[in-house]
Design a protein. Structure first.
Length: 277
């Protein structure tokens, strides 16, 4: 059966994709994977220069396309503008990857109110806001996938980039980050239950140790300890997060909704709760 061929099961060619925080780190890895597999990818980040440079770099890779729409996701007005610009460029959206995020580390006695608010706003509230604003495009993406016996054949996808810190209790001072990711995981399940019947599926990739600008400080301080708790004995690679994202975006995962996938090399199941990082 042709429907069981790899190309049919895992292909994302010609899909329209939005990746927030797509100019660097995990977001750039994901955007690259979509472009390399023929999708049209819109990336957004706060820096217009970084966005433009990444889009140019990825367009050169092909065979897909990358378009920059810079936006400061902390601001409601910028989220609204991003959604409007995307709607003007695309009539539908097949995949939304909510990847933009921030972290803040400080002792429990000194943790600033502003830092807590910033992390919760970007990692949680703005995920909801952006998803809300692009729902018409996601609904159109679901319709474009067609129906079989009144069931959406290839649903639109929301992929929320979470963290293993939202699945366990970290023993380091990232209170707002871990709380925001735990809340994001639950928000994703809530959206899955609400939107699934409309042909929009919502899932989480709970990432473990991936090297990025956000994690550089933690890995510098505690890299050896972290590695000692990862059974796979390595950090995550672009292939790992791209493969998981492409799966969740493809026909192969059309029956996956409300899932949280721990992408961590076994770190989560091996980590003693009282470990010192």
């Amino acid at each position: 059966m042709d429907s069981l061929r790899v190309e049919s099961l895992f292909g994302v060619k010609d899909k329209a994709v939005l990746v927030t925080g797509g100019s660097r780190g995990i977001g750039k890895m994901i955007a690259t994977g979509f472009v390399k597999n023929g999708a049209k990818v819109y990336i957004s980040s706060r820096s217009a220069q970084d966005c433009a440079e990444t889009a140019k770099e990825l367009c050169a890779l092909g065979p897909g396309e990358c378009v920059a729409i810079p936006a400061d996701m902390q601001k409601l007005s910028e989220v609204e503008r991003l959604a409007k610009e995307l709607a003007a460029k695309e009539g539908k959206l097949h995949v939304l990857v909510n990847n933009a995020g921030a972290t803040w580390a400080d002792s429990i006695d000194n943790y600033p109110d502003g830092g807590f608010s910033k992390v919760i706003n970007l990692n949680l509230q703005r995920v909801f806001t952006l998803t809300q604003k692009v729902l018409p495009l996601l609904r159109a993406g679901a319709e474009a996938g067609g129906k079989i016996n009144d069931v959406y054949a290839d649903p639109a996808r929301i992929i929320n980039i979470g963290s293993v810190e939202g699945l366990m209790v970290p023993n380091h001072d990232t209170y707002a980050y871990s709380a925001s990711k735990a809340a994001l995981h639950h928000l994703s399940r809530h959206m899955a239950g609400r939107l699934g019947s409309e042909g929009i599926h919502s899932n989480v990739i709970a990432c473990g140790a991936f090297q990025s600008k956000m994690t550089a400080g933690l890995f510098e301080q505690a890299g050896e300890v972290i590695m000692s708790h990862i059974p796979s004995s390595r950090y995550g690679t672009p292939e790992d997060v791209v493969g998981t994202t492409l799966y969740l975006s493809s026909r192969a995962a059309a029956y996956v909704n409300g899932a949280t996938i721990a992408l961590d090399g076994g770190w989560l199941v091996h980590m003693p709760i009282a470990s010192k990082l």
